[in-house]
Design a protein around this ligand. Structure first.
Ligand code: AOF
Ligand code: ZN
Length: 313
């Protein structure tokens, strides 16, 4: 199952679909494996079954998510697994959506099924997709950059750029999100581009500006570089209810948002309990633990001089 998880992680962002990995064993040897690469592409189980061919007969399938049991963009994996002659299926996390039901189907047809193996790791793998399915809103990650004293560093500040290792890490983070969001204060102060640069990517995230009173300067870079930008204002949302706004964004196909500040926007999201996880890069802080607005954060990495801290609020 650990190998299936590692395979699933190869998909950087298959949004709106889940990250799924599958491994087929026969007499203790791997005879097929695969992962789900992009929405609309073949499911992980099918990729693994194709590789295994007739060797799947009598084998065991390890899959991070319960096999689907209905026609979506592709035919049901449950039927393909049954047809292959696999005798045992080990599942990480059950599918809470209408696509699920593969476990029941396979059991009914005499296949041995074991569920919820390494479930916490399989849930973590699909924290975005599960949040989407269970709450009908995008997963929100708050990312802040702080200077040594703890004040916010603007997105484009020279001070911040000095740690190229952190910058690269931020680009990797950006690459895995559907959208990057900021408040109007940040766009006015920094005029950022909010793009993925300096690393390979097959798409640029959508930019979202939380700008209730439409104060964003018209000459801002994000309006003139050809990329997609969504302005969130009271014009469209008179009550400016953040939860409702997020649900609307989800309906528009945005499954994950990297919220890059500033402080005002971050606080509003935290107060509304709409932040799912927090990353803080801080200059010169290499301590194991730090406290940020009453939230205890753990050091999970160092990039040059900067510490990276993480918390689930
Ligand atoms: C995936 N990849 O490897 C598995 C999935 O849009 P469709 O037709 O590809 O169906 C997507 C649903 O299928 C998805 O929401 C999940 O419930 C189920 N399993 N999906 O994208 C996979 N195994
Ligand atoms: Zn499937």
């Amino acid at each position: 199952m650990r190998r299936a998880i590692a395979l699933a992680e190869k998909a950087i962002n298959p949004s709106p679909n889940p990250r799924v990995g599958a491994v087929i064993l026969k007499n203790g040897k791997i005879v097929g494996e695969g992962w789900h690469e992009y929405a609309g592409g073949p499911h992980a189980e099918i990729v693994a079954l194709k590789k295994a061919g007739s060797r799947a007969q009598g084998g065991e399938l390890f899959v991070t998510l319960e096999p689907c049991n209905r026609f979506g963009r592709t035919p049901p994996c449950s039927q393909a697994i049954l047809n292959s002659g696999i005798k045992r299926v080990v599942i990480g996390v059950l599918d809470p959506t209408a696509s699920g039901g593969g476990a029941k189907f396979l059991k009914k047809h005499g296949v041995e099924v074991v569920s919820r193996i390494l479930e916490p790791a399989c849930r973590e793998l699909n924290k975005i997709w599960l949040k989407n399915m269970e709450h009908k809103r995008p997963f929100v990650t708050l990312k802040m950059a702080l200077d040594a004293k703890g004040s916010t560093i603007p997105a484009t500040s020279k001070k911040w750029i000095s740690s190229s290792k952190s910058r690269r890490e931020v680009m990797k983070l950006r690459r895995s999100f559907d959208a990057i969001a900021i408040g109007v204060g940040t766009i006015t102060a920094d005029n950022p581009r909010l793009t993925v640069r300096g690393i390979k990517t097959d798409r640029q995230p959508v930019r979202i500006i939380f700008d209730p009173n439409l104060r964003s300067p018209v000459m801002s870079k994000i309006f003139h570089d050809g990329g997609e930008t969504i302005l969130i204002s009271r014009q469209e949302f008179p009550n400016y209810n953040l939860r409702k706004i997020l649900q609307k964004l989800f309906q528009r196909g945005i499954c994950s948002i990297l919220l890059e500040g500033g402080e005002t926007t971050a606080k509003k999201f935290l107060q509304a309990k709409l932040v799912d996880e927090i990353f803080i890069f801080q200059k010169g802080n290499r301590r194991k633990q730090k406290n940020w607005h009453g939230i205890s954060m753990k050091n999970i990495g160092e990039f040059g001089d900067d510490g990276l801290f993480y918390a689930v609020p």
